[in-house]
Write a protein that binds this ligand. Structure first.
Ligand code: SAH
Length: 226
């Protein structure tokens, strides 16, 4: 299945809103750290419901906030959740970003980057469109150290790239981005039931759930364009 088929189906089922709710737990911290200034142009790759462009407009006064998605249905839903004329959604692919060289101040992505068919090329695209000094905030829950995430590929028809922390840093550097910082953001919002409740529907042990959310959470790698 293509990105379009897979995620159009998700959007039609309303799963965009469910993802927003779950991903917001850690995405809000990554967004808060972005050095966006009033009037900046920002872009969210694989925007889903489009919460990130909305948040960057509302909390940081971004001038133009774009969300790009390969699924027209995701982009359609995202458009319907805002009437802000300075938030815009585009249908496009991570392979070829529809922006001019040096035209975007900051790029964000949450739980989407690893679907890129050629992630190295996508990083080059990000480096190309960022203005000098612009940043790329790349957040993922699916990565090597987060063992509970490994099984996710079984439920998704699109091939996913599973890098570890060092592979992210190395790939950023190869694409010409400086790695300004990298850390993991724990999900402190998700409720972890008492020991006696385990096993639950999704978790064998409490330890595994703590490992997934509190120990690993979201891997954030921040790149800066030279
Ligand atoms: N960032 C949102 C959505 C994550 S789901 C959130 O945090 O909730 C991943 C999104 O990336 C989907 O909407 C999917 O359509 C999009 N996507 C996946 N691969 C893509 C690609 N190659 N090009 C553009 N969008 C892609």
């Amino acid at each position: 299945m293509s990105v379009r088929q897979e995620f159009d189906a998700w959007a039609t089922d309303g799963r965009d809103k469910g993802m927003e709710e779950r991903h917001w737990h850690t995405a809000k911290h990554a967004l808060a750290r972005m050095p966006v200034e009033e009037g900046d142009t920002v872009l969210d790759l694989g925007t889903g419901s489009g919460y990130a462009p909305r948040a960057l407009r509302e909390t940081k006064g971004a001038g133009r906030a774009y969300g790009l998605d390969g699924s027209p249905e995701m982009a359609r839903n995202a458009t319907s959740y805002t009437d802000d004329p300075n938030v815009g959604f585009l249908v496009g692919d991570f392979d070829c970003l529809p922006f001019a060289d040096d035209s975007v101040d900051h790029v964000f992505t949450m739980e989407a980057f690893y679907y890129a068919s050629d992630p190295h090329h996508t990083l080059e695209e990000v480096a190309r469109i960022l203005r000098p000094g612009g940043t790329f905030y790349c957040a993922v829950n699916y990565y090597e150290e987060n063992e509970a995430s490994h099984a996710w590929q079984e439920n998704i028809s699109v091939e996913m790239t599973r890098w570890d922390r060092e592979e992210y840093r190395e790939a950023f550097r190869e694409a010409g981005l400086y790695v300004a910082e990298q850390d993991t953001i724990p999900d402190l919002d998700i409720e972890i039931p008492d020991e006696s409740e385990f096993p639950t529907e999704n978790w064998e042990t409490r330890e595994a759930m703590v490992d997934r959310y509190r120990t690993w959470g979201t891997l954030l790698t921040v790149g800066v364009a030279p």
